[in-house]
Design a protein around this ligand. Structure first.
Ligand code: ATP
Length: 247
């Protein structure tokens, strides 16, 4: 409870001036929360994250209604970098790392919004390596030659270098083996538990996401069709049938 943290209110998004993709999405992430944004391929999960982090313009998308605020202040008109400085960063789908840079060089690029001394940069790196020991082992490897899981860790680690309060995580499980997915969600859990980093995570992998999240929203066709505590959603018969493939 308490004061509002991330609040998305009735957001509509249109691509290319005509394609209505989000039809009034409202959601909240409380401070310290892990919130799952669920739904099938094309439901609008990525679009919602990009609307928050102001990354739509590059894709000819536009927020045409509604509002987005963080800690009580409107953030709709901030650039992605300004939003990062306010404490909100997105990790894009597809684990964006620079393939030709080493893991460590990739991580260092994540600190670009901060003015850090060499010593502070070193400390920031050590913090990432603390949560991702695998990245420490692979720090001299060219990112393009590391595994999919390591590249996803690199993308999250790079975001951490910006010292965010909140991470918008798009489809972290994509293309990864179940065991690697668990490893990544365990780290998300640790960052949340130990450093109070909040997460909004878009996932098609409903089962895993609802095990690690406290709360979930289900999007269908650009609308929130269901929301609730993660456990409540896990036990809901419709969710089981449609999204968990059990019944
Ligand atoms: P995915 O898991 O595939 O990322 P998603 O739930 O994140 O699915 P979005 O990527 O937000 O869904 O896409 C929602 C809808 O918007 C889809 O119908 C998609 O085709 C459409 N869309 C996404 N990007 C654009 C774009 N740049 N121009 C036009 N339509 C787009």
């Amino acid at each position: 409870g308490g004061e509002p943290y991330l609040v998305v209110n009735n957001v509509e998004v249109i691509y290319d001036h005509v394609i209505l993709v989000l039809k009034g999405v409202s959601l909240e992430v409380p401070r310290g929360g892990v919130v799952a944004l669920l739904g099938a391929n094309g439901a609008g999960k990525s679009t919602t994250l990009k609307a928050i982090s102001n990354l739509l313009r590059a894709e000819r998308g536009e927020v045409t209604k509604g509002s987005i605020s963080f800690k009580g202040e409107r953030v709709d008109d901030l650039t992605p970098n300004e939003l990062v400085r306010r404490g909100v960063i997105q990790v894009m789908e597809g684990r964006h790392c620079f393939e030709h840079l080493t893991i460590e060089e990739n991580l260092l690029t994540g600190a670009y919004t901060r003015r850090l001394s060499r010593a502070q940069l070193g400390q920031a790196l050590e913090r990432v390596y603390h949560y991702f020991p695998r990245l420490k082992e692979r720090r001299k490897s060219q990112a393009g030659y590391t595994s999919g899981g390591e590249q996803q860790m690199c993308a999250i680690g790079r975001a951490l270098m910006a010292a965010p309060e909140m991470i918008l995580l798009d489809e972290p499980s994509m293309g990864l083996a179940p065991q690697v997915v668990e490893e990544i969600f365990e780290i998300v859990h640790e960052l949340n538990a130990k450093e109070n980093v909040s997460f909004l995570l878009a996932e098609q992998n409903t089962m895993v996401a609802l095990r690690y999240a406290n709360f979930g929203y289900i999007l269908e066709n650009g609308r929130v069709v269901m929301e609730g505590d993660a456990q409540e959603l896990r036990e809901n018969e419709d969710v089981k049938e449609f999204y968990l493939g059990l019944s």
